[in-house]
Design a protein around this ligand. Structure first.
Ligand SMILES: Nc1ncnc2c1ncn2[C@@H]1O[C@H](COP(=O)(O)OP(=O)(O)OP(=O)(O)O)[C@@H](O)[C@H]1O
Length: 256
């Protein structure tokens, strides 16, 4: 497989992730035998009940954790050969509860671009553009974490990721605290971003109606395994909703 080249932007090959016990002993499986390819500009929704492994998968792709075995490639380059800083400039993750680390919204949006050494005027233009696109009101700009609601923090975290203009954007339940109108608008903005900039987007999302608005493809995880990998146009959404509701109920029962 080492000489295999693929047109995929991202490739996971038989990835397994196990918890670690004391002395680096292998614990229980979190992800098992995950293989798929992602192509530039795809919008992928990752669905599955609580505990299915959605966050764990996104963390692996952002290299916040390493597979126990199996390999991940970005444009045919194995992850471990890519410097982490370089990888994270190309592949950006928005976590479920992102923090502004003591900065104001304005500072937090500009900061990743300041780190990249961009001219002040370019930074300002880019920040203003995304503030406008995401309808972030100007009176939030001077606020810090504690002065923002969970939903407002989510919107700012999405803007901060878009400002970077990554090749691949990973979003973990990015709209869980947003009202439906704002969440739908975010989905429209993301769709536009992927269409105009060929940005690849992978999004874990419990809200199937929103996933349906946005995705071109869907990965369905259950108990750490990839149950289905489907093109959006071929999905029976009503049936999928039913399956997910039952799986959620079962997961809730198992977790007591
Ligand atoms: N660091 C860790 N150590 C031990 N177990 C972990 C760790 N991280 C995740 N897990 C376990 O791995 C499984 C998958 O968790 P994960 O957070 O990836 O699921 P999820 O699908 O994102 O769930 P949710 O929808 O609730 O966010 C769960 O059983 C979880 O308890």
């Amino acid at each position: 497989m080492d000489n295999f080249t693929s047109k995929a932007q991202l490739r996971l090959e038989q990835v397994n992730l196990f918890t670690k016990l004391k002395g680096n002993q292998q614990g229980y499986p979190i992800l098992q035998d995950i293989s798929f390819e992602v192509f530039s500009g795809e919008c992928i929704a990752i669905v599955g009940p609580s505990g299915a492994g959605k966050t764990s998968l996104l963390r692996l792709i952002n290299r916040l954790s390493e597979p126990t075995n199996g390999k991940i490639y970005l444009e045919n380059q194995e992850y471990r050969q890519i410097p982490v800083i370089q990888l994270r400039q190309l592949v950006t993750l928005v976590l479920q509860d992102s923090k502004l680390l003591g900065m104001t919204v304005q500072q937090a949006l500009a900061y990743p671009l300041v780190l990249r050494g961009l001219p002040k005027q370019t930074i300002q233009q880019r920040v203003n553009y995304w503030i406008e696109q995401l309808h972030i009101p100007s009176d939030w700009l001077g606020r810090t974490d504690v002065q923002l609601s969970a939903g407002q923090r989510q919107l700012v975290a999405i803007a901060r990721a878009l400002v970077i203009q990554p090749k691949m954007l990973l979003l973990d339940e990015p709209t869980s605290a947003l009202d439906i109108g704002t969440a739908s608008h975010v989905m429209q903005v993301l769709t536009q971003v992927s269409q105009t900039h060929q940005t690849t987007i992978l999004m874990a999302n419990h809200q199937l109606d929103l996933a349906q608005m946005f995705c071109t493809r869907l990965l369905h995880l259950q108990q750490g395994r990839l149950l289905a990998d489907q093109t959006a146009s071929k999905i029976d959404w009503a049936k999928l909703k039913d399956i997910l509701i039952r799986a959620e109920a079962q997961a809730a029962e198992e977790w007591g």
